[in-house]
Design a protein around this ligand. Structure first.
Ligand code: HSE
Length: 307
């Protein structure tokens, strides 16, 4: 890389992890967005799109712009950034496309500023980018994208981020080629929930975190239950119930909607099972008439990488 520039690889992430709406997420070992970020001698952000998604280049309307403008507010020098963005994570896929842009851009910019900001400060800046995409400042894609691994956001204001250790886990993703905008799939959720559903949900969130920390695959599997968000959002995903049932029959521990959808993820103990789950998912979707992509990957302990 030329001096004053960095090449950034920013991974896809799975937010919510079924029962942990807005509080749990993990980083994937791929796919990645790529960015080249250069320091420029003028305050502001210039965005050059190197893909076919036609995302806005006006900084205030772009996730990268939103994140970097928030960072630049805390930089007294007369500098800015030019970003060449190649998105390999399709926008609206449910695997953290906007978070990859937001997190990758601030981590790369921070490197060019000799790492003057902490990871928590970077999360704050990246959340301003996430807000451009979805109208909400959730951190459950951004935090794992920056930290890697499985992350609990115990609180987002003030930020309280906890890394959760876990046994090896393989991830099968099916991405139906339909776009679900996070703002829309948040808009359809109920604003109030029943106490009995809340009790079920927090039992499952606690069980899931305990299962990860105790390397207890059975506990992880029986905690991957969402009685609040999945019943509403799954209506947006063709063949969701069949996809889940056939994946469990093929050996998956459990899974559900990835982030706000439409992608669906399943966890497995080993790669061979994750590939069997992929075959089962493909068989369901081949009948559905909806185009799709699949990935078999792992949870990655590494977040954004810089070259
Ligand atoms: N927690 C967020 C949601 C993740 O489910 O709306 C999507 O960005």
């Amino acid at each position: 890389m030329e001096k004053g520039s960095v090449e950034v690889f920013s991974p896809a992430t799975v937010a919510n992890v079924v029962c942990g709406f807005d509080v749990l997420g993990f980083a994937l070992d791929g796919p990645f967005d790529k960015m080249v970020i250069r320091k420029i001698a003028k305050k502001g952000v210039a965005i050059i799109n190197k893909d076919d998604y036609n995302l806005p280049t006006e900084p205030a309307k772009n996730v990268i712009g939103g994140a970097l403008l928030a960072l630049l507010k805390e930089v007294p020098e007369e500098i800015g950034f030019e970003v060449e963005s190649t998105k390999l994570i399709k926008p609206g896929s449910g695997i953290g496309s906007s978070a990859a842009s937001a997190a990758g851009s601030v981590v790369g910019a921070n490197q060019l500023l000799n790492n003057r900001f902490s990871k928590e400060e970077l999360i704050h800046f990246a959340m301003c980018g996430e807000e451009v995409a979805s109208g909400s400042k959730h951190a459950d894609n951004i935090a794992p994208c920056i930290y890697g691994g499985i992350i609990l956001i115990r609180s987002s204001s003030p930020l309280d981020i906890i890394s959760i250790p876990a046994p090896p886990l393989f991830v099968t993703i099916l991405h139906p080629q339909i776009e679900v905008k996070t703002a829309d799939s948040r808009g359809i959720l109920k604003k109030q929930i029943l106490l009995k559903d809340a009790v079920t949900q927090w039992g499952n969130v606690a069980g899931l975190v305990a299962g990860f920390m105790k390397n207890d695959y059975e506990l992880i599997g029986r905690s991957l239950v969402d009685v609040i968000v999945e019943p509403i959002r799954s209506i947006l995903i063709p063949c969701f119930d069949e996809l889940k049932n056939k994946s469990l029959a093929a050996g998956a521990i459990g899974g559900g909607i990835s982030g706000s959808g439409p992608s669906v993820f399943m966890l497995s103990k080993n790669e061979a099972t994750a590939k069997d789950v992929e075959k089962a998912m493909i068989a369901v979707y081949q009948k559905s008439g909806v185009d799709f992509h699949t990935h078999v990957t792992t949870i990655s302990n590494q977040g954004v990488r810089i070259k």
